[in-house]
Design a protein around this ligand. Sequence first.
Ligand code: ZN
Length: 502
Amino acid sequence: MGIKILSAGLLGLEAERIEVEACFGGGDMGVFTIVGLPDKSVSEARERVRSAINSIGFRFPRRKVVVNLAPADFKKYGSAYDLPVAVSILSNIYKFREEVESSLFVGELALNGDLRAINGILSIVSFAKNIGIKNVFLPSQNSLEARLIDGINIFPIKNLKGLIDFLLGKKKINQEQGSINILVEKNNVFDFSHIRGQAQTKRALEIAVSGSHNVLMFGPPGSGKTILAKSVISIMPDFVLEEVLEVTKIYSISGKLEKNGIICSRPFRAPHHTASAPAIIGGGTWPRPGEISLAHRGVLFLDELPEFSRGILENLRQPLEDGVINISRTAGNISFPAKFMLLAAMNPCPCGYFGDKEKECICSSGQLNNYRKKISGPIKDRIDIHIKVPRLNFEELINKKEEENSEEIGRRVLLSRELQLERFRPYNIFNNSEMNSELVKKFCYLDKNCLSFLKKAIKKLDLSARAYFKILKVSRTIADLRQDEKISIDDIAEALFYHSGV
Ligand SMILES: [Zn+2]
C-alpha cells in the first residue's frame, strides 16, 4: 500500500482537499483504473501518467493498478491530478522522503513527463496555507502566481524526473518562498483629460463612481460613450491587496492570467451582445466565471444594452443585488463573486438619431417603444443614474481648453468614498448605492425646504417610491462629494436630473 498523497480540487473559487491513493493487485496485468467519480479528463490522466512514468526511465508497474481519488462525492475535473496520481503510484515502489506526506501536489503531465500549467493555482495554494500545509509542488509555469501567498514553500517542477529524484533524496529543487510584494498599478490608459467637452457626462460618472451607482448612457453613435466608459477605471480608487488576490483568483480559475500572473489594476470588461449566456454569466460543464465575475471590483460595460438577450439581462439581477452569481449544476450550486459597477450604453432609438439636432430620426413610434421596453424591469430598477451623451458640436471640437485629468477627479472620489466607509462601518456595506430603505431614512436626512422641494418634484413627475429612494441615494453621494453631511436643494435637483434622463 502506498501513501496518501494530498492534492486539491476546485469548487467555484475555492479549493477542496482531495486524497490520492494507489494500490497494486494481482492478476489483470496492465489494468489501470482510477476511481472516485472521475470524469473523462481524469480518465485520460491514465494515459498521460503511464507514458510520463515510462518516459522518465521508471517502469510503470506491470500489475493491476487502482488509484482512488477521495472524497468520492466531490466532482473532479481537469488535469491537475496527474502529478499526485504519478507520485502515489511510485510511492508504492520507492521509499520517498518523509516530506511527501505533508506536502500538496498538483499539475498536468505531458507524455514525456514535463509539467504543464494548470488553472486555479492561487485558490489551491491559499487552501494549502489554510489547512497548514507547508510545501506545495506545482508546475514551474505557475510558480509566480503561487508566490502571492506568503508562508508557503513553493517547489516549481519542470519534469516528473526532477521531482522523483528529489523525493528519493538524490537531487535538490530550488524552492521559492511566497511573499506579498505587489505593485498595484493605476490603469490610466484612458484618462478623462483626453476627452474633450462632455462636462455633464464626466460629472455624472464621477458621482457614479463615488457612490458606486450603476449608469445608463444614452447617445447617438460617435458621441464617445465607449471611451467615456473606458476612462471610468482611471478615477476608481487603487486596488488594495485583498482585491488583487480575489480578482487574480478569478482570472486564474478562468485560465486568463497573463504572463506575470497577477491582476494588479481594476478590470474593465466589455462583452459583446452576441456573447453566450455562460460566457457572460458563467457556467459550463466545468463551471467557469463569466464576464460579470471577470469584471469583479471593476467595470462591466454593456454597450447597446437593448441588444442583449432578455435572459442575460434577467440573470444580471442577482449579481447586481448581491454581488455574487450562483450557478446551479447537477452536482450542486457554485457561486462566483460578481461585484461590479454596471455601465450600460444605448442609442436613443434603433436608428440612433432620436433627438439629434442635425440628423433626423427615421424610427416609428412603435419601434421606439419596443426598443425602450427592452431595458425596462429588472435592469432599469438597478440603475441609479441616466445620462444623455450628446455629440459634440463644432465649437466644442475645436475648443483647446485644458480638461481636468483623472488624477484630480479620482482624488475627490476617494475623499467621498472615505466618508462613506466611515458612515457604513457598522452596517457591513461600503457605498451609498448599497443602502436599504432603513439606511436611506437614517442617512439621507432632508430639512423642511429640501423635503417640500422633493415632494413637489415627485408629484409633478409622477415618480414611484423606488424612484424616491434612488434620488435620495444619489443626492447623498453628491453631498459627499462636497464633503457635506447635509443634503441641499441643489444636490436633490441634480439627482433628479439624472433620474429623468429617459
Ligand atoms: Zn431613430
